[in-house]
Design a protein around this ligand. Structure first.
Ligand code: NAD
Length: 377
């Protein structure tokens, strides 16, 4: 197969989808690799490093798109780009499928295939391809670093002749991949950490990181068969909001990472509770881009709400673009290896495979992922 890697056009995106080390692995498999010129520029990797590894650099994006059997990127290609591709192309990227239904319809009608990395199952077999996890984990780290850089306090306890400083108190709401990494990072920096998640199964993981788990009895919660949290009822949300209010009020930093797969994230912190926090405290809202866990948070911005700094800057993993690119590129490499046919030297999309049954959104004019199919038919 001919595999093409393109530069990213999204605003503030510094990550890329392939590093020279991945090219070496692809070439060993017998793939032909085309890389758009400048792909690694934002992480200081020069075109020549890609050619040294065996790739062909294309300065003309349209020409690359016209040749590739598979196009790999972080963000989904836009229609202007897709129109340059073969109709048999398969594009592999984040697709944000629940918010891209019109685009998906167009993909289907035009015959092009799209594989959405968000829809790769969260199973043991898929761990190495799990781009949601690799990027969320870095996001968890970055959120703590951001909060730390703004909070007018240090995280650890410090006993000095000039007095004793108490450790900062960090409250993490949502202990999925990002939340657990935020807890671990804040703990490493010496903060006293408390966390809450509606999935009780994570309490043990929270404790194993040296943090406390806030117990809230909101009745039946549970998770989907993919392990995602189920949406709470409005009454349950209210119980949660009340039960966590004291913990929020006494925290120096609150980090919210609560998401509901394919749905709008829950609003968990309202302004009246923010007003109870000490002025100068910091809230990081990881969900700001999708509507927010925190009232008043603004996607892409740092704002002040009731004297508290609320960070909603969004593309967190891109802040550590080199490591994020490495992890994402490795996720793609693992995916390609899983479906590589050594004899024909091609990536083969076998529709009977459990991963492709959900990760493929469109293929050969059909809608494949059952959830997206149900939304569109
Ligand atoms: P996510 O981004 O969908 O959500 C983040 C967290 O927010 C979740 O832990 C969720 O329970 C929590 N949440 C939702 N509503 C909340 C509320 N009202 N209050 C507090 N917390 C709330 O989660 P994720 O990090 O993508 O992980 C999703 C699931 O996938 C988890 O069960 C995780 O363990 C699992 N997972 C499995 C694998 C694997 O086995 N390969 C890999 C990664 C994740």
């Amino acid at each position: 197969s001919i595999i093409g890697f393109v530069t990213e056009h999204a605003e503030n995106e510094r990550r890329c989808s392939v590093l020279p080390i991945n090219i070496e692995a692809y070439i060993k498999l017998g793939a032909t690799i085309l890389v758009e010129s400048g792909i690694g520029k934002s992480i200081n990797i020069h075109d020549s490093e890609y050619t040294d590894a065996g790739a062909t650099i294309e300065t003309d994006r349209a020409s690359l798109l016209a040749k590739a059997d598979f196009v790999m990127s972080i963000h989904a290609l836009e229609k202007v780009d897709l129109e340059q591709t073969k109709t048999t192309v398969c594009c592999i990227s984040f697709l944000d499928p629940f918010n891209a239904l019109e685009h998906i319809k167009w993909l289907q009608q035009s015959g092009r295939s799209a594989l959405s990395v968000e829809m790769i199952p969260r199973s043991s077999r898929c761990q190495k391809m799990d781009a949601l996890s690799s990027q969320a984990s870095l996001a968890g780290y970055v959120m703590v670093a951001k909060a730390m850089s703004i909070l007018p306090r240090i995280f650890p306890m410090m006993m000095t002749p000039a007095g004793t400083l108490k450790p900062s108190k960090v409250f993490v709401i949502g202990a999925g991949v990002a939340g657990l990494q935020a807890i671990a990072t804040a703990r490493r920096l010496g903060a006293a950490v408390i966390a809450y998640d509606t999935r009780e199964v994570v309490a043990e993981q929270v404790r194993s990181l040296g943090a406390k788990f806030l117990a809230i009895d909101i009745g039946e919660t549970g998770q989907t068969d993919q392990g995602y949290a189920k949406a709470l009822t409005p009454e349950q949300i209210e119980i949660q909001q009340q039960a966590q209010a004291d913990c929020i009020a006494s925290s120096d930093v609150v980090i919210t990472t609560a998401q509901l797969f394919g749905r709008k994230p829950p609003l968990l912190i309202k302004k009246d509770v923010i007003a109870k926090m000490k002025p100068g405290s910091v809230i990081v809202d990881m969900a700001a881009e999708n509507g927010g866990n925190v009232e008043g948070s603004v996607a892409g911005s740092i704002v002040t709400v009731e004297g508290v700094t609320v960070i909603g800057t969004g593309n967190w993993a891109s802040e550590v673009a080199l490591d994020a690119s490495q992890m994402y590129a490795n996720n793609l490499q693992a995916l390609l290896l899983e479906f590589w046919d050594a004899e024909t030297k091609k990536m083969v999309l076998n529709l009977e495979d459990d991963i492709l049954k959900t990760a493929l959104i469109t293929h050969n004019g059909e809608l494949i992922n059952p959830t997206i199919k149900a939304l569109l038919t």
